[in-house]
Design a protein around this ligand. Structure first.
Ligand SMILES: Nc1nc2c(ncn2[C@@H]2O[C@H](COP(=O)(O)OP(=O)(O)OP(=O)(O)O)[C@@H](O)[C@H]2O)c(=O)[nH]1
Ligand SMILES: [Zn+2]
Length: 376
């Protein structure tokens, strides 16, 4: 079957119940109101991955929580669960899956975005944190806690995950002069999306509703005390959404009550809130760093040596840009610190020693790739 006729029947405006098998299993039971796939975040990117044949016996579901032995799923008929088997791929909150009527896993749909980290003590194991997000709010308060280096770190993580970042500056009610904060952010990227809010004032937080519109999935990251929980509560409106839970049988047949990590917000979007998102560390995000420091990487491509570390090497275009006032020394230091940090966090202890020695190799690889991409 050719690609075109395989997808002929799938039109982007048919994102309704009729595009999937109508018989979602009767087991689905929920205290939450029913939602259409579109309201759960379904869009053309996922639709075009569906193959007609599978729709005759499978239905679409979104992972709303990940427990030890099962995934919790949101379907158009309510919530259900999927027992974890070895043969299944690793999945995470936000993933879209096909499941058959006997509750067997059929397939995992390709992700539009993914947050992951290396599992502790393991060289290769990836721990998946969240999938298919549309926006991530990087939250920082407008006071002494505001830290540009920290925001750069979050930007690298969000860019690496292929999600669009929005900087949310909280506690605007306690701030007399916004301009130094905005200027510092504009220095990172003149096109950054920035919102200023008072999390305690519902009128002020409506600015975030436009991102969290029907079918859009958002998450918050930021350090402790900046006001994330306050914003989460404001966006969920009806607090019952936060505690909404389903009863399910655990492996020993006992009833357990578990809460989900994917919530419907008052503005109709989805809010993904897991401990993993809150504890994100920088690891293996060279691409994310390159995007976050695109200005610096651009200069680095003009350096005489491909593995230039932008310290005292002759012909360093990065140092020249700093001298010419085109780039700040702070930004170079932040880039170098984050490059080192992500390399070390992503490595095992044995690898760490080796990686410490081979920073120049890493520069060579990153800057070499950037040069190659530019040529290509
Ligand atoms: N004045 C003012 N206070 C705020 C604002 N947002 C949050 N707060 C207060 O700041 C404190 C911390 O807010 P939280 O929402 O708990 O912060 P958090 O980021 O969730 O912190 P963790 O739970 O530790 O991660 C609380 O006392 C909030 O009431 C704001 O915009 N203005
Ligand atoms: Zn250089």
């Amino acid at each position: 079957m050719t690609k075109s006729n395989r997808f002929n029947h799938l039109k982007s405006n048919t994102l309704t119940k009729t595009t999937v098998a109508s018989s979602v299993p009767a087991q689905a039971k929920s205290t939450a109101p029913l939602r259409s796939l579109k309201q759960m975040g379904w869009n053309g990117f996922f639709q075009q991955q569906l193959i007609t044949e599978s729709l005759d016996y499978a239905y679409v579901a979104r992972v709303s929580a990940h427990h030890r032995s099962q995934y919790q799923l949101l379907t158009e008929s309510g919530e259900t669960s999927l027992a974890i088997h070895q043969a299944m791929p690793e999945m995470t909150v936000g993933d879209w899956v096909l499941v058959d009527e006997q509750h067997n896993f059929v397939s995992l749909l390709e992700r539009s975005a993914l947050f992951s980290r290396k599992a502790a003590g393991s060289k290769v194991e990836q721990q998946l944190i969240a999938a298919n997000l549309d926006w991530v709010f990087i939250v920082s308060s407008l006071n002494d806690d505001f830290n540009v280096n920290r925001i750069e770190r979050y930007l690298a993580l969000v860019n690496e995950a292929k999600v669009t970042p929005v900087i949310v500056l909280t506690k605007v009610d306690l701030c007399d002069d916004l301009s130094p904060f905005i200027e510092a952010l504009r220095e990172l990227d003149a096109n950054l999306l920035i919102e200023t809010v008072n999390g305690l004032d519902s009128e002020s937080t409506t600015a975030l509703s436009s991102y969290c519109s029907e079918g859009k999935t958002v998450a918050f990251i930021g350090s402790s005390g900046v006001g994330k929980s306050t914003l989460v509560n404001a966006m969920l409106g009806d607090s019952s959404q936060l505690t909404s839970a389903i009863r399910q049988d655990d492996s020993k047949g006992r009833h357990t009550t578990t809460s989900r990590s994917l919530h419907i917000t008052a503005s109709g979007g989805l809010l993904l809130d897991t401990p993993g998102m809150r504890e994100l560390q920088l690891a293996d995000c060279e691409e994310g760093l390159n995007e976050t420091f695109a200005d610096l990487v651009e200069y680095a491509q003009q350096c005489k040596f491909i593995d230039c570390q932008h310290e005292q090497e002759p012909g360093c275009a990065v140092q020249a840009a700093i001298e010419a006032g085109l780039l700040t020394e702070r930004r170079l230091q932040s880039f170098q610190k984050l490059m080192r940090e992500q390399a070390l966090n992503g490595a095992s202890i044995a690898e760490k020693r080796a990686k410490g020695k081979s920073l120049s190799k890493m520069y060579k690889r990153v800057q070499g790739n950037a040069r190659a991409n530019k040529r290509g």
